[in-house]
Design a binder for this molecule. Structure first.
Ligand SMILES: [Zn+2]
Ligand SMILES: [Zn+2]
Length: 255
């Protein structure tokens, strides 16, 4: 027989090879360990992930719990119980016969240590489903860091960082609250209204992207090749690129 997960040859009667059985059990135990932090992160007001700590008054009251986390716990609960019944050979349609009342954590641990984990017929399928859930749990608990530098504080000049969706930023040094968009535009203005600010095509493309202006490195070098954009010894001037990008009419109205 072949392992249903990695396709290597396994002993007769085994759905998973030894290595995959171990991986499956470890994933189940990791999920059991994640249950408490998952419950903790249900509270949307406590969760710091990816958002500015400043509270904004919204038109409708915000949902007090994270529905994505609630759905994830529900899905994990249903899957773990189904897996346990499968391991014990209780038909999925006969779930009413299952009188066990363990909590989700105990259920996951029971599955991880179950003697039939590598031999029950659907082991590969459940391993796949559980792996997907584990990935989602990781994302819910550790949202990817997407904060980047957007410009300096208007009071103390500290470099501020914000996530893409943040509307407000609070300066970590002086505590001043400011609109993220204002900080970005001020940075762009400083770069573009000072004729001595120079950078490579990549620098300029990156700085403009932060402020929501799209111009690729390629476009900048093409402008130079076509004689539209002068190249100085220390690079291109931000203001030249900005003028080409926005056009003369818009530059007037922004100014
Ligand atoms: Zn395997
Ligand atoms: Zn500050």
């Amino acid at each position: 027989m072949n392992c249903q997960n990695c396709k290597t040859i396994t002993e007769e009667g085994y759905s998973l090879c030894e290595a995959c059985e171990l991986r499956f059990a470890v994933t189940l135990l990791r999920l059991a360990r994640d249950i408490t932090p998952l419950h903790d992160s249900l509270d949307a007001t406590l969760h710091p992930g990816g958002h500015s700590p400043v509270r904004i008054q919204t038109a409708t009251p915000p949902t007090p719990i994270r529905l994505d986390v609630l759905d994830l716990i529900d899905m994990l609960d249903a899957t773990a119980r189904e897996l346990w019944r499968c391991l014990d050979g209780i038909d999925a349609l006969d779930w009413r016969k299952d009188k066990r009342n363990e909590d989700l954590k105990a259920t996951l641990i029971a599955c991880a240590g179950h003697p039939k984990l590598a031999t029950f017929p659907d082991a590969g399928l459940y391993m796949h489903v559980i792996n997907n859930l584990a990935r989602k749990v990781d994302l819910a608990l550790d949202p990817p860091e997407q904060r980047r530098e957007i410009g300096t504080c208007e009071l103390c000049e500290t470099m501020l960082t914000a996530g893409a969706a943040d509307q407000w930023v609070t300066c970590p040094v002086c505590g001043r609250e400011q609109r993220a968009q204002t900080v970005k535009l001020r940075r762009l203005k400083t770069l573009c209204w000072d004729d001595s600010e120079r950078g490579s095509a990549a620098d300029i493309s990156k700085a403009f992207a932060v402020s929501g202006l799209k111009v690729s490195r390629k476009t900048i070098t093409t402008w130079e090749q076509r004689g539209k954009l002068p190249r100085h010894a220390d690079g291109y001037a931000y203001c030249d690129v900005y003028r080409l990008l926005i056009g003369p009419d818009l530059t007037k109205s922004v100014r």
